[in-house]
Write a protein that binds this ligand. Structure first.
Ligand SMILES: NC(=O)C1=CN([C@@H]2O[C@H](COP(=O)(O)OP(=O)(O)OC[C@H]3O[C@@H](n4cnc5c(N)ncnc54)[C@H](OP(=O)(O)O)[C@@H]3O)[C@@H](O)[C@H]2O)C=CC1
Ligand SMILES: O=C1O[C@H](COP(=O)(O)O)[C@@H](O)[C@H](O)[C@H]1O
Length: 519
């Protein structure tokens, strides 16, 4: 039922709803959620039958709240609110109520406000509860929504929750037990914003809508898979959260394993949310677990940035960042060699890495194919480069394939040629933001690109032994200067298997010829 892939007769239907934004004064609402709502409205994806109730403890009048929303859209939205008539229609849908989520009486008052909004905007009793709150508040909000009477409605009700979903498997299970006392699994939409990205959703299309990739998509033809999620930013003003989380929990447990699952899953029998998620779960269940701390140390790299420079600008080390423990051992870099123990992928290493304060901001997936049979043809020529399929997720979007071809005018010298489809160059960088896509899907009831509980549970099962091994005194934290590519050990991981990390972000070896819709 995905809007992106399956807009057929069974496409999810857009219905009006009251959207309750818990955490309305917070950073996420400001940077992502208000801009997403405005873009949806501007593009006509939200009609007039909706209302947004901003909820947080701070006092705000409706007017102040609307001014905050306007400021956030001016700063962060891909559309500017310069059409006054459109803006004045849009802002009327926003109201604010000061509410401490522990105050049950306040939830009862919210019922009265809801009824007024439903009547005013002709909303048929549908309610979307978006929790842009710290996870420890998810349980109490859920209980108070039920006890306060907000779930007694003639329409649907859905709960959208932010990451992190737990700190480890046990805490995730506790959290899930709390919210499932109130909401059914199919009413819970767990956000992983990477699943809302155009090119992550495009993985399915590239794989399943092209005849020539899928037959090669296995251990007979693929040598290794590399997933890089590099960031130039440090921890910014989120040091308090990040120092307790680290790259493993912040990025690997969710975004990286989700991308890995999309690359590795079997074709689903239908493009139905449950069928797709069933296939992803099978991948996560097949991840080879690290059975001892030694296995973790052999296959996983844990790094932290020290002071360095990026584009000539001096940068502090992680331990000097605001709200970070000066003796912190939290990792800002994570890399691992991972295997999927199933028939399709047996023996194929998946190398995954993520880090803060790396030289470029980029998310890319490289599929490296096995070489043509060695020594049969062209053995006297220069060494052949392997074929690559590269999926560029973020911020540039597109794909390229790298093949070998004869160097024109030469004596049949062979050179690599990269053929690129740069999607963002063609449509501009104005593709929908992940949060736009996901909010739209949640309102339409399309859960394809939200993580189901069993996915989260299996991801924690894989990650927990790594975190446990890192707690032992013999675990080594490697340091890398800000602005570098991370600890050298991450390169050794691949070198041990005869591979190397392919350059990302369109950088490449000098001898590659580019054929691109950009150049
Ligand atoms: N910011 C980001 O980029 C990302 C955030 N997330 C997740 O989103 C969630 C929110 O993050 P973020 O916006 O950054 O956090 P902030 O700390 O900026 O905002 C928290 C919000 O919660 C409200 N709040 C806190 N306690 C209560 C309470 N008892 N009753 C009612 N409201 C309360 C605060 O408002 P007030 O103080 O007025 O009550 C504020 O609006 C977290 O789970 C985070 O991990 C996930 C990915 C990215
Ligand atoms: O979830 C998170 O993602 C961001 C990176 O997201 P992107 O869309 O900008 O690639 C990361 O900076 C943050 O630490 C993490 O919580």
């Amino acid at each position: 039922m995905s809007g992106q892939l399956n807009l057929g007769p069974q496409a999810a239907k857009m219905e009006g709803a009251v959207i309750y934004l818990f955490g309305a004064t917070g950073d996420l609402a400001k940077r992502k959620l208000y801009p997403a709502l405005f873009s949806l409205y501007k593009e006509g994806k939200l009609a007039e039958d909706f209302a947004v109730v901003g909820l947080a403890r701070r006092p705000r009048t409706d007017e102040q709240f609307r001014a905050d929303v306007l400021a956030s859209i001016q700063e962060f939205c891909r559309y500017k609110p310069d059409d006054e008539e459109l803006w004045s229609r849009f802002e009327k849908h926003f109201v604010y109520m000061s509410l401490d989520i522990h105050n049950l009486e306040g939830f009862r008052e919210l019922v009265a406000l809801t009824q007024r909004l439903e009547a005013q905007f002709g909303i048929p009793g549908n309610r979307l509860f978006y929790l842009a709150l710290a996870p420890e508040l998810f349980g109490p909000v859920s209980f108070n929504l039920r006890e306060g009477g907000l779930l007694e409605t003639t329409g649907w009700h859905r709960l959208v929750i932010e990451k992190p979903f737990g700190y480890d498997r046990e805490s995730a299970r506790e959290l899930n037990a709390q919210i499932t006392q109130v909401f059914r699994e199919e009413e819970i939409y767990r956000i992983d914003h990477y699943l809302g990205k155009e090119m992550v959703q495009n993985i399915e299309v590239i794989r399943f809508a092209n005849a020539f990739f899928e037959p090669l998509w296995n251990n007979k033809h693929i040598a290794n898979v590399q997933i890089s999620l590099a960031e130039t930013v440090g921890v910014e003003d989120r040091g308090g959260y990040y120092d307790k989380s680290g790259a493993l929990r912040d990025m690997a447990q969710n975004h990286m394993l989700q991308m890995l699952a999309m690359i590795a899953m079997e074709p689903p029998s239908r493009l139905h949310p449950e069928d797709i998620r069933d296939e992803k779960v099978k991948v996560l269940r097949s991840l080879r677990p690290f059975r001892s701390p030694e296995e973790v140390y052999r296959n996983v790299v844990r790094g932290q940035y020290t002071a360095g420079t990026l584009k000539g600008k001096p940068l502090k080390g992680y331990r000097e960042e605001d709200s970070v423990d000066p003796a912190s051992v939290t990792e800002t870099y994570f890399a691992a060699r991972v295997f999927i123990d199933n028939f399709r992928w047996a023996g194929v290493p998946f190398y995954i890495r993520t880090g803060k304060r790396l030289p470029v901001k980029t998310t890319e997936v490289v599929i490296e194919f096995k070489n043509a049979p060695a020594g049969v043809l062209f053995r006297t020529r220069n060494e052949l480069a392997p074929n690559l399929l590269v999926i560029r997720v973020n911020p540039m979007e597109g794909i390229y394939i790298k093949i070998n071809a004869k160097k024109p005018g030469s004596d049949a010298d062979i050179q690599p040629v990269a053929m690129e489809f740069c999607q963002s160059c063609q449509v501009g960088l104005n593709t929908p933001e992940a949060y736009e896509t996901l909010l739209y899907d949640a309102i339409r009831g399309d859960s394809t690109y939200f993580t189901r509980w069993d996915e989260v549970d299996h991801a924690w099962a894989f990650v927990d032994p790594i975190a446990e091994a890192w707690r032992l005194p013999e675990s080594e934290l490697l340091f890398y200067p800000a602005g570098s590519w991370g600890p050298e050990r991450a390169a050794e991981l691949l070198a041990e298997d005869g591979y190397h990390w392919w350059p990302v972000n369109g950088q490449d070896e000098d001898n590659v010829i580019w054929i691109s819709n950009t150049k």
